[in-house]
Design a protein around this ligand. Structure first.
Ligand code: G3H
Length: 506
C-alpha cells in the first residue's frame, strides 16, 4: 500500500516529504499542497510546499554530488540503474495505487506505466554502457590544406545538473525517461513533479533511494509552481532542462539561461484516412488512439480527417465502438475515467459547447458528472470550430470530412503543433508521400500515434517541442562533446613512416 512498508519513511503524518541529499525532509514553510483525487474530488494526498531557499540547497547538493558521480565508472552507474529498475517493478502495486488516486489512470494502465518505466531504466543502463563507452578518432589530413599532424579524440561528458519536469499524465514514466539518461551520462538530478502525480513520483524516487545512489545525486522538490516554478527553471545551478507538459514550456524556453533544453509540449495529432483504408483497422485505432486514458495523451489522435466517400461508414464503425467503452472509476479499470482536474473538465466542456453552437453533429449525447466526461465523437466539424485546432486533452474527438488528400495535409500542417500524425491506406507509396508532406515529428502508417517503444526517437516540430527524446537521443542530449587534440611534431601516416625519418624528428 502507498506510504506504508518500505515507503513509510517518505510520509510524515498525512504529508509526503520531499527528497534532498539522500534524506526525506519536511519543508520549513510549514505549508502543504493538496492533491485532489479526480474521481472523488476530495483531497487524497498532501505534499510539502518547498521554499526557494530549499530549492537553493537542493541545487547545491546536486552540484557537489555530480562531481563525484562523474568519476564513477560507467558500469557501476549502470549497475545501480538496473537495481533501481528491479525495485521499481517489485513495488508496482503501491505506485500504481497512487496513479489511480492522483490522476485517475485506469488500474491496468497504471501498473503498465510502472513496469514500462522499470524496463525503460534497464534499457537506458544498457544503451548508456554501449554509446557512452565510444568516442571518435579524427585525423587532420581529411581537411584541405592539412597534413596528418593532428589526432582528435572525442568523448561525451555530462552537462552537470539536469532539471527534470514531467507532466501529470505519465508522472512516473516521463520522469524516469529523464532521470535514467541523466544519471547514466554522469549528471545529477533535480526533479520537480507535477502536482497531480507528485506522490507517484515520490514513491518512484524512493525506489532509486533504496537502490543506493549517492546522497544528493537525485533530489525531488514539491511545491507550488507559482512559488518555485520560475525560480527552478531560471536557477543558475541548472545546466539542462527536460520538460514535458503544456505551453508553459514555451515560456520556460524564453526565460531559461543558455542551457540545453528538451521539450515536449503536446500535439494535435491528425489521423488521415484514405478511401482504400481498412476501416475496421482504422476504427480500432481511433478508439485506442483517441480515447485511451480518456484522450489525455499528447500523442492521442485529436482530429480525424477522413475522405468523404468513406466517412459515413467509418463514423458508424467508430460510433459502435464508442458505445462499448466502459465509463467510470479508474479502480474498476474503466476505459473512460474522470479527467485530471475540474478546470480541465471545464475547458473540455467549453470546446464541446463551441462545437455545438457552430453545428457539429454529436454522435453521442454529451454527458458530464464532476470530472467524468462521457466519450463523444463529433462529426461534420468545420475549421471555424475551436475543436478543429485546440487540444482538448479529454474524450472528445472531432471528425472533419475531406475531399482530397491535399485538404487533409493542409489541415494537419496549418496546426501550430507538429508532434505525430497517422495515415491509413493500403498503398505504401501514397503513405510515404503523405508522411513526407506532414509537418510532424513522427508519422505512423496504419497505426495510431504513440511514443513507444521507448527507445524510438520522439520529437515534435513547431510548438510541439525542442530536441528529440527516446532513450538514445536523451542520453546524447544530456551530454556534451569534449575533444582532446594531439599535435604531432611532424606528419605521421600509419604504415607510412620509416624508422630513420622518425629518428630525425624526435
Ligand atoms: O502524453 C505524452 C506522452 O509522451 C505520450 O506517450 O504515446 O506512450 O501515450 P504515449
Amino acid at each position: 500500500m502507498a506510504g506504508t512498508g518500505v515507503f513509510s519513511e517518505i510520509l510524515d503524518g498525512d504529508v509526503y516529504k520531499y527528497y534532498h541529499d539522500g534524506e526525506w525532509k519536511k519543508s520549513s514553510s510549514g505549508k502543504t499542497v493538496a492533491i485532489v483525487n479526480p474521481t472523488t474530488r476530495k483531497t487524497q494526498y498532501k505534499v510539502q510546499a518547498c521554499t526557494q531557499e530549499e530549492v537553493n540547497k537542493v541545487m547545491e547538493s546536486a552540484k557537489s554530488a555530480q562531481k563525484a558521480w562523474a568519476k564513477t565508472p560507467l558500469w557501476k552507474r549502470a549497475e545501480l540503474l538496473h537495481k533501481a529498475a528491479a525495485i521499481l517493478k517489485e513495488h508496482k502495486a503501491p505506485i500504481a495505487e497512487c496513479l489511480i488516486k492522483e490522476i485517475a489512470k485506469p488500474a491496468k494502465d497504471s501498473v503498465t506505466e510502472v513496469v514500462r518505466s522499470g524496463d525503460l531504466v534497464s534499457y537506458t543502463a544498457e544503451e548508456g554502457v554501449r554509446i557512452l563507452g565510444e568516442g571518435k578518432f579524427l585525423v587532420s589530413d581529411s581537411f584541405p590544406g592539412n597534413e596528418r599532424t593532428k589526432y582528435c579524440l572525442t568523448s561525451k561528458i555530462p552537462l552537470g545538473v539536469v532539471l527534470a519536469i514531467p507532466p501529470f499524465n505519465y508522472p512516473v514514466n516521463l520522469a524516469v525517461s529523464k532521470i535514467g539518461p541523466a544519471l547514466i551520462a554522469g549528471n545529477s538530478l533535480v526533479l520537480k513533479p507535477p502536482t497531480q502525480g507528485a506522490v507517484s513520483c515520490l514513491h518512484m524516487v524512493h525506489c532509486f533511494h533504496l537502490a543506493g545512489f549517492p546522497k544528493g545525486l537525485i533530489n525531488c522538490v514539491t511545491g507550488k509552481g507559482s512559488e518555485i516554478g520560475d525560480f527552478l527553471t531560471m536557477h543558475p545551478g541548472a545546466n539542462c532542462i527536460s520538460f514535458t507538459g503544456g505551453d508553459t514550456g514555451i515560456s520556460i524556453s524564453k526565460k531559461a539561461a543558455m542551457i540545453p533544453l528538451q521539450m515536449e509540449l503536446g500535439g494535435k495529432d491528425a489521423c488521415i484516412v484514405l478511401e482504400d483504408a481498412d476501416l475496421d483497422l482504422v476504427a480500432a485505432n481511433i478508439i485506442k488512439g483517441g480515447f485511451s486514458y480518456s484522450g489525455q495523451r499528447c500523442t492521442a489522435i485529436k482530429v480525424v480527417l477522413v475522405m468523404e466517400s468513406v466517412a459515413d461508414s467509418l463514423v458508424e464503425k467508430v460510433k459502435a465502438k464508442v458505445a462499448k467503452l466502459r465509463v467510470g472509476p479508474p479502480e474498476d479499470d474503466c476505459d473512460i475515467t474522470p479527467v485530471v482536474t475540474e478546470s480541465s473538465a471545464n475547458f473540455i466542456e467549453g470546446l464541446v459547447m463551441d462545437a455545438k453552437e457552430k453545428g457539429a453533429t454529436f454522435c453521442q449525447k454529451y454527458k458530464r458528472e464532476g470530472n467524468l466526461i462521457w466519450p463523444v465523437l463529433l462529426d461534420n466539424v468545420r475549421p471555424d470550430m475551436r475543436i478543429a485546432w485546440e487540444e482538448p486533452f479529454g474524450p472528445i474527438l472531432p471528425v472533419i470530412r475531406i475531399n482530397s488528400v491535399e485538404e487533409g495535409i493542409h489541415h494537419c500542417n496549418a496546426s501550430n503543433f507538429g508532434l505525430q500524425g497517422c495515415v491509413f491506406t493500403k498503398d505504401i507509396n501514397k503513405a510515404v508521400l503523405i508522411s513526407d508532406a506532414m509537418e510532424t515529428g513522427t508519422v505512423q502508417i496504419n497505426s495510431a500515434p504513440a511514443r513507444g517503444p521507448d527507445h524510438f526517437p520522439f520529437q515534435g516540430l513547431k510548438d510541439s517541442g525542442i530536441g528529440s527524446q527516446g532513450i538514445t537521443n536523451s542520453i546524447n542530449m544530456m551530454t556534451k562533446v569534449k575533444t582532446t587534440v594531439i599535435n604531432l611534431p611532424c606528419p605521421s601516416y600509419t604504415m607510412g613512416s620509416s624508422g630513420s625519418s622518425i629518428r630525425s624528428r624526435i
